[in-house]
Design a protein around this ligand. Sequence first.
Ligand code: ZN
Ligand code: ZN
Length: 131
Amino acid sequence: MEETYYQRNRERVLATQKSKRSDPLDKAKVAAYYREWYRVNGRNRTPVPVEVSRERNRKFPEHARFSMKVGYEIKVGRLVRPDICPRCGREARVKACYRNYERWDHFVWLCASCHKKEHLHKLPVRDLRGV
Ligand SMILES: [Zn+2]
Ligand SMILES: [Zn+2]
């Protein structure tokens, strides 16, 4: 039976992990690396949530309207947001995913990861952030 790399080098891997975690110099190096990375690439990968939702509202005005409607229905107690995702059964903050933009009550509750999967085939991923 072949041993995996990890099994063969277990001691060494653990030792390196330990020393990495406790070495403050290493942390500073990592921080500097990311500062430089952000300076070069910008912070595109971590967009400001407010801007993301503004952009989304511009692209999908119906979505914004329906979200408000769902929010209202929850507030007045006519709708309950489940604590678990009906699709995968995991405990998560679920969001309404609308089947179409004709009826606000045609939606399914989905957690972030199921929601992403749900849309992969329909929309480009960049339109998904926070939707
Ligand atoms: Zn899920
Ligand atoms: Zn959706």
